[in-house]
Design a protein around this ligand. Sequence first.
Ligand SMILES: C[S@@+](CC[C@H](N)C(=O)[O-])C[C@H]1O[C@@H](n2cnc3c(N)ncnc32)[C@H](O)[C@@H]1O
Ligand SMILES: [Zn+2]
Length: 391
Amino acid sequence: MRTRLALEGQTSVLVPRLDPNASYPPSSAAVFYNPRMELSRDISVACIQALDNNQRDNRRLTYLDALAGCGIRGLRVANEAQVEVTVNDYNLAAYELIKRNARRFQQNVHVEHRDANALMSEARFNVIDVDPFGSPAPFVDAACRSASKMLCVTATDTAPLSGAHFSAGVRRYSALPMNTEYHAETGIRILIGTIIRELVKYDKSATPVLAHATEHYYRAYLLLDRSAELANACVRSMGFIAHCFTCGHRYGLPGLFPTLRPDCAICGAKLAVAGPLWLGTLHDQKFCRQVLENIETGVFGTKRRAAKIVTLCLNELDTVTFFDYHKLLRELKCPPVPIETLVSGLRTVGCRASRTHFSGTSIKTDADADTLKRVLLDLSCESEKARLNRR
Ligand SMILES: C[S@@+](CC[C@H](N)C(=O)[O-])C[C@H]1O[C@@H](n2cnc3c(N)ncnc32)[C@H](O)[C@@H]1O
Ligand SMILES: [Zn+2]
């Protein structure tokens, strides 16, 4: 296999040379490598550095890159977050390349050539990173048993999680996905909910500290604790989302076995439902601030984009859904207003509102669908009048 030296962050790693003409270049070599995931790896490194600052009790953290490919993610964590790293892949060519790469590091990097589930069933790690092809579902149970402080999980099977491939979503996550304008958020909440349902079996709890939907993948970071009481609290933050496709009304319904009223309280149409899923917060402000500081002060190739995502997450309102206001504008047949005008207009009438990292044309608000439409209509009329007056 032909390789080249790739520099990401402060770490250079041998990666396979990809065939740019292949239908999917990251899979064109014997070892998987996707240069486009540098953004995800940059944020991961900043998160582990944040854990380093917050969670360490003067002991070296152990970290497993369970599905490592060429090892770039785990090796960067070893080099840039000074963590004791194990890098694992069951593909022999990947294992050989990781070994070559690991020799180039001063730090103690362990390399394994194991099935990830077998390794996680036998050994315990403080932090586990599960970054698979497609769905993380086959690795969640073993990862939940093994990890003690943090889980970092990627899902690239966004179609099943977001309701576009409904049956696959139900099969993999034992949950009903739903294809709405906020499907990415529902998808991440189903992913986190699946992880939490596995964790609580072992009297472990989780606090999601950062979760983002970017390009073709979802990524979630969860801090873990071992406590039956906290696990019970986690279960209380599980639930469903009820959605009315007629008027846009939606709400979170707490509980794993709630009673759902079948009809929309606003317009009487039949409600659709998604879940079980995580209804709690997706981001922890203190953690995200530390991650942002790490990104801004560190050496990261995707610094600007990574900082933008984390800043949006940091300032995101903790509602369980969001509204695409361009969709509302089309529905109301009214001219656009800047998104910041809508956010401040909602705040003026006493509602909470923020932008969201999920979509540049969407907002999070505790206003109900009717209030939102009314505010949008008023603002749109005002701005149209002002525009005509200027003529
Ligand atoms: C998406 S790639 C990993 C990319 C890598 N984390 C990165 O950031 O570049 C998934 C890897 O998981 C490995 N893999 C898949 N199933 C596995 C299993 N059961 N045990 C160990 N490795 C596995 C594949 O060989 C592949 O290299
Ligand atoms: Zn309705």
